[in-house]
Ligand binder design. Structure first.
Ligand code: ATP
Ligand code: MG
Length: 327
């Protein structure tokens, strides 16, 4: 490993750009015994690089939280391996110093303590000297625009503020990997936007983020890559952009101002387009698209748009298809 010129975030060195922060290999976990035995996670493998946001998606009960708990060292896998920044948290608890997690709501906070006290407390718990934990806590509160609330007990803060404090606490020891379970659930539009902006910023600092959410628009906006899990198995894993491209078809919606002449309508129909007043739908070759646009002259063109799948459509299709294949 190269030790010189490593970029730093805050005080701790982080892995070089593009390097693997998390790798899980063939993770499996069954709950119960005998007839009650249930395989919640089956041979799941994933890698997560520095600066990358991976959206880990799946229907209820698919195995997301179980996988996350195995990564966080809270549930022991039956098989497989977790490696965080080169260390296995199930063998060496010190691997957890690379990891911060906000699991299921705000349970990583003490509600009667203030944000400042929570940050210091969890910093010390993470083996930081009290003074340093306190200083870094204040820096995080400043950055999350919570300095004026630093002495208010967490239970008196709004949900959005509590969520920001929970993320700050997860970052107190400067981890390379952040696990976020439903970070925007129950937040209003503005608080949701703030948390999304923070997630983006945290990734830009070079941390790797594993994000679970049922809000697929949030996943689409934030993630570089998507992994979809269903009944304990990964059914798709790809860059978000490639996945959306793959499911987007080459249909164009063209809008003009005014009405097409009869001759224009015929010409356009010959190229395979469907005309409904000023709306034209075209699904053909790119060359013919130019011919079509030429045929519309001199009508002003209002817009040309390519239909694009969104992550919700992709998700439903993938989950449905695998269900049909393995009912
Ligand atoms: N402690 C447990 N004991 C027995 N079964 C469990 C336990 N924890 C989870 N399960 C089961 O394992 C499966 C996966 O659960 P998990 O919580 O990992 O799903 P999830 O993908 O996080 O779902 P959700 O989207 O609803 O949060 C479910 O069938 C669940 O009932
Ligand atoms: Mg869950």
């Amino acid at each position: 490993m190269q030790l010189v010129n490593r970029p730093t975030v805050g005080s701790l060195p982080v892995a070089p750009q593009g390097s693997i922060v998390l790798s899980i290999e063939d993770l499996s976990k069954a709950y119960g015994r005998g007839k009650q035995r249930f395989e919640a996670v089956r041979q799941v493998s994933l890698t997560l690089h520095r600066g990358e946001v991976l959206a880990f998606l799946g229907p209820n009960g698919a195995g997301k939280t179980t996988t996350i708990k195995m990564i966080a060292g809270l549930v022991r896998p039956d098989r497989g391996q977790v490696t965080i920044a080169g260390e296995d948290p199930h063998r060496h608890a010190r691997a957890l110093r690379h990891l911060g997690a906000v699991l299921e709501g705000n349970r990583n906070l003490y509600w009667r303590l203030t944000p400042e006290e929570n940050l210091e407390y969890f910093g010390v718990l993470r083996q930081m000297p009290r003074k340093i934990a306190h200083r870094r806590g204040l820096e995080l509160l400043d950055r999350f625009e919570l300095l004026d609330k630093r002495n208010t007990p967490v239970q008196k803060l709004s949900r959005g503020m509590q969520q920001k404090v929970a993320i700050a606490v997860a970052l107190i020891h400067d981890p390379q990997l952040l696990l976020l379970d439903e970070p925007t659930l129950g937040l209003d539009v503005e608080a949701g936007e703030t948390v999304k902006a923070l997630v983006r910023e945290i990734a830009q600092e070079g941390r790797a983020i594993l994000l679970t959410t049922h809000q697929l628009d949030v996943a689409e906006e934030l993630s570089d890559r998507v992994a979809i899990i269903r009944r304990g198995q990964i059914i798709a894993e790809q860059s978000t952009e490639a996945l959306l491209q793959e499911f987007s078809d080459s249909t164009y919606q063209i809008e003009v101002e005014g009405t097409l002449t009869v001759a224009q309508t015929q010409q356009v129909a010959q190229l395979g387009a469907i005309v409904e007043g000023p709306h034209i739908t075209y699904a053909g070759t790119p060359e013919n698209l130019y011919a079509l646009l030429a045929a519309l002259q001199p009508l002003p063109i209002f817009s040309v748009q390519r239909d694009r799948a969104d992550l919700t459509q992709v998700f439903l299709k993938l989950v449905q298809d695998t269900q049909d294949a393995n009912p």
